[in-house]
Design a protein around this ligand. Structure first.
Ligand code: SF4
Length: 268
């Protein structure tokens, strides 16, 4: 008889920080950032996550950025021990599974999440591109909240309308807390915003939607953000933001405009 192999993960980092986006903005989270992403959004500020690095960075003291390094892949008991070391009483509001795309590592998450719950009793929040409904289904019972993107083709270069529809419906059916985030820039096409609003409203008009202007000081792979046609990705004008929020509010109850606040306050 062979022993069952220990599940392992490809990680970028584990660290404690203030969440800067979406419904949990301003809360303190323990971030587990997974390597690998199958999308290539033009506005990506995490292009370093697209491949698996040889080493991952593990913070030793919450918020101090005193990282130690470990070789990928990492075994599950080590991940639990690193989380336990960071989990000071009362400090964190929740644990954030982020990336990259965490749903590319669901076999590991299926093993990790029940043990994470036993260890910390903290709510678990998934940050995802919102395009992998099948993988979501395998870990939904262990999640407390989900922040999913709807990728607007005119801004992201990605096109996943059907997958987003199924993904949101899964979340809604399971009664997990869910919100939707859309990155907007001067290149955003209003008809895509309308389609996104209709998609969310068809599931439930009460689902909160966040319009997030692209961060002007964001860079992908060391270069200014731009489309493949070398048009710069710039934040929308004040008039565009006002018009687009109004457009979406014709379909939805809650449409908020919130930029990436962690970058404004100098959080990594
Ligand atoms: S889904 Fe996220 S990590 Fe992946 S390319 Fe898009 S912005 Fe980057």
């Amino acid at each position: 008889m062979f022993a069952k192999p220990q599940p392992s993960a490809r990680l970028i980092e584990i660290f404690s920080a203030i969440q800067g986006e979406g419904l949990n903005v301003g809360t303190r989270q323990l971030f587990i950032r997974f390597a690998l992403c199958d999308l290539r959004c033009h506005f990506c500020d995490s292009a370093h996550t697209w491949q698996v690095p040889t080493l991952c960075h593990i913070e030793q003291t919450p918020g101090r950025r005193d990282f130690e390094t470990h070789r990928n892949p990492v075994l599950l008991p080590l991940v639990l021990a690193w989380v336990d070391r960071q989990n000071q009483p009362g400090l964190h509001d929740s644990i954030s599974l982020t990336g990259g795309e965490p749903l590319l590592q669901t076999p590991f998450l299926v093993e990790l999440l029940p043990q994470l719950h036993q260890l910390t009793r903290l709510p678990v929040y998934l940050e995802t591109g919102g395009h992998r409904p099948e993988q979501l289904g395998t870990i939904l019972p262990y999640l407390n909240s989900v922040g999913m993107d709807i990728k607007l083709p005119s801004v992201s270069g990605e096109n996943h309308w059907q997958a987003h529809t199924e993904f949101l419906q899964h979340c809604h059916d399971s009664q997990v807390e869910v919100f939707v985030k859309l990155i907007i820039s001067t290149t955003t096409k209003p008809d895509e915003l309308e389609r996104a609003a209709e998609l969310v409203a068809a599931c439930s008009p009460g689902i909160p939607v966040f319009l997030q202007p692209v961060t002007p000081f964001g860079y992908a792979q060391g270069k200014p953000l731009e489309t493949p046609h070398h048009l710069p990705l710039l934040p929308p004008t004040p008039d565009q933001v006002l018009d687009w929020q109004a457009l979406m509010k014709r379909h939805l109850q809650s449409v908020r405009v919130v930029p990436q606040t962690h970058k404004i306050i100098g959080q990594l």
